[in-house]
Design a protein around this ligand. Structure first.
Ligand SMILES: NC(=O)c1ccc[n+]([C@@H]2O[C@H](COP(=O)([O-])OP(=O)(O)OC[C@H]3O[C@@H](n4cnc5c(N)ncnc54)[C@H](OP(=O)(O)O)[C@@H]3O)[C@@H](O)[C@H]2O)c1
Length: 330
């Protein structure tokens, strides 16, 4: 099968398009014919083994100490179930599914456990739209629901609001009854208003720290905010939620838990089948829609990673996969 091959940690050029063996589903596994996948900030980080402080160590232990242990990268996918391993009853052949795999999604076929992070696609979406949802959607859901534990009526400021995670945070925060202020480059303002942001601040010209009304939450997807400054725009029990953190933020999280006043919260977004089903319900209820900023064929994998590395991505970058030899869809 056609697949992206990843033989070493490094720049986008360390990825190539090539051939990989067709994976076979074992007992309890399904094989998915992938129609669309994405390059996320997580894929780019793994490719280069980029992490704050000593966090590169767990990456290398999980993905290969000296070089990637598994040659096919890629996490987010949408496609249809093409083969069932023994004992799989919860999926049917031909069923349209979407989800997040630990690796292997940048290929024509993916094998994963039927109990993994995979579920039926929301009704009415194309494969490309379904593929654009899990990474940002699950991260937003888990951080708002489980890390920040948001409540209706709260005011949230979302820093880095136009990326794959940010566009989902804006929509879900609004759905959970929060008033959203989005901070992003000026070009993203119309999109962010259409997603439900009550206010949009241009990050180049406006300083959110000058806000006259305090926020209950400042959620930073990109890592450009500092707790020492953010605490002055937070309410007494306000939370500074950071998705990109190192040892300093973890130490501050502990320290701010031990004393009264605003707190800093860090977390890690996994994703279960139940969370994916909740995401599907949110989409079908009209509370969340996919945002695709860029579409490319799988063969543009190097350019796709370079774009993600630039840090200027809007929403999801979708790679469409057509069988080898077929023209890329318009
Ligand atoms: N902890 C976890 O479990 C977890 C899970 C998922 C993601 N994350 C982290 O979340 C971060 C965001 O992920 P993503 O996939 O949404 O990224 P992304 O799609 O690449 O988007 C990044 C966005 O941030 C904006 N931006 C760049 N620099 C900025 C700055 N200094 N201040 C404000 N905005 C800035 C960019 O737009 P403009 O420059 O045009 O404004 C872009 O839209 C990543 O660093 C990732 O590691 C963490």
């Amino acid at each position: 099968m056609q697949a992206v091959l990843w033989r070493r940690y490094g720049p986008p050029q360390c990825l190539t398009l090539g051939e990989a063996p067709l994976p076979k589903p074992g007992p309890g596994e399904i094989r998915i014919r992938i129609h669309a996948t994405t390059v996320t900030s997580g894929d780019a980080r793994l490719r280069g083994c980029r992490a704050a402080g000593l966090f590169w160590l767990p990456i290398r232990l999980a993905f290969g100490l000296f070089r990637p242990r598994h040659p096919v990268p890629g996490m987010e996918f949408a496609g249809e179930v093409e083969a069932l391993g023994a004992g799989v009853a919860k999926f049917a052949l031909g069923q349209r599914v979407f989800g997040l795999a630990p690796r292997g999604a940048h290929a024509e076929y993916l094998v994963m456990p039927a109990r993994g992070c995979v579920a039926a696609q929301p009704r009415g979406l194309s494969h490309a739209e379904a593929a654009a949802l899990p990474f940002g959607g699950l991260t937003a859901l888990l951080f708002l629901r489980d890390v920040a534990r948001v409540a209706p009526g709260e005011r949230i400021l979302v820093h880095g609001a136009a990326g794959a995670v940010g566009v989902a945070v804006v929509q879900l925060a609004r759905h959970f009854g929060l008033t959203v202020t989005a901070v992003a480059g000026a070009r993203h303002a119309p999109l962010l208003r259409s997603l439900g942001a009550a206010h949009v601040l241009d990050r180049a010209t406006q300083d959110f720290r000058e806000s006259a009304t305090p926020y209950n939450l400042v959620l930073d997807t990109v890592g450009g905010t500092d707790f020492r400054q953010v605490r002055h725009v937070l309410t007494l029990r306000g939370r500074h939620v950071v998705m990109n953190y190192g040892a300093r933020e973890l130490a501050l999280m502990l320290a701010t838990h031990l004393r009264p006043g605003p707190r800093i919260l860090c977390g890690y977004a996994g994703g279960s089948q139940a969370d994916l089903r909740q995401l599907r319900e949110l989409v079908e209820a009209g509370a969340l829609r996919p945002v695709i900023g860029h579409r490319m064929p799988l063969s543009d994998i190097v350019a796709a990673h370079a774009l993600v590395d630039s840090g200027r991505k809007q929403g999801a970058l979708v790679l469409e996969i057509t069988p080898a030899g077929c023209p890329h869809p318009a």
